[in-house]
Write a protein that binds this ligand. Structure first.
Ligand SMILES: C[S@@+](CC[C@H](N)C(=O)[O-])C[C@H]1O[C@@H](n2cnc3c(N)ncnc32)[C@H](O)[C@@H]1O
Length: 171
């Protein structure tokens, strides 16, 4: 089972479902969830994707096993107030990596058994604490891709736990 956190338009959920994954897609924004449902229905993949409107992974029970989490996170630092669908999409708190740090914290606190995590961040995000925490939790963490943007770089982080067997594809 794969979890698409912050699904937005549902693009990553669609990609995963198209590859045969069973997906749970979540977003904090009501409009985003409605939009993602529409897009997944249009693609004929509704049977493969469940939707939950939720703050990150708060809806999960303790100890749940998840093969893959993808999170194209909001990663830019800002002092602006948050509160609508537009700001949710990019606002990463005052240091930039707030949603990412919280996601990692929830994985540890709930004892979730996550095999692999793929998430985007920025050279402006300051997620050093989260990366150290993942390593202490037994993950192998590496930045596997990067792309220059106007004023920063967008990075793709992969954290994998070799002890958790992956069931890539169908569940
Ligand atoms: C950069 S967008 C990514 C959208 C889509 N996954 C994509 O790749 O195009 C970040 C998404 O995370 C959602 N989001 C922000 N904070 C969240 C939170 N605390 N819990 C769940 N979703 C959140 C936003 O509403 C937004 O849809």
């Amino acid at each position: 089972m794969a979890l698409d956190v912050g699904t937005g338009s549902g693009i990553l959920a669609l990609e995963l479902a198209g590859k045969g994954w069973s997906v749970i897609a979540t977003d904090l924004s009501k409009e985003a969830v409605e939009n993602a449902v529409e897009n997944v229905e249009e693609a004929g993949l509704r049977g493969r994707v469940e939707f939950v409107r939720a703050d990150l992974l708060q809806f999960l029970r303790e100890g749940v096993k998840i093969d893959l989490i993808v999170f194209n996170a909001p990663y830019l630092p800002s002092q602006e107030p948050v509160g609508d669908t537009y700001t949710y999409s990019w606002h990463g708190g005052s240091k930039g990596g707030e949603a990412i740090e919280r996601l990692i914290g929830i994985i540890e606190e709930k004892g979730l058994e996550v095999g692999e995590i793929l998430l985007t961040y920025s050279t402006l995000s300051h997620i050093e604490e989260g990366i150290s925490r993942l390593r202490r939790m037994g993950y192998k963490v590496e930045t596997i891709d990067e792309k220059p943007d106007f004023f920063h770089k967008i990075l793709l982080l992969r954290a994998a736990k070799p002890t958790i067997k992956q069931s890539r594809g169908k569940t």
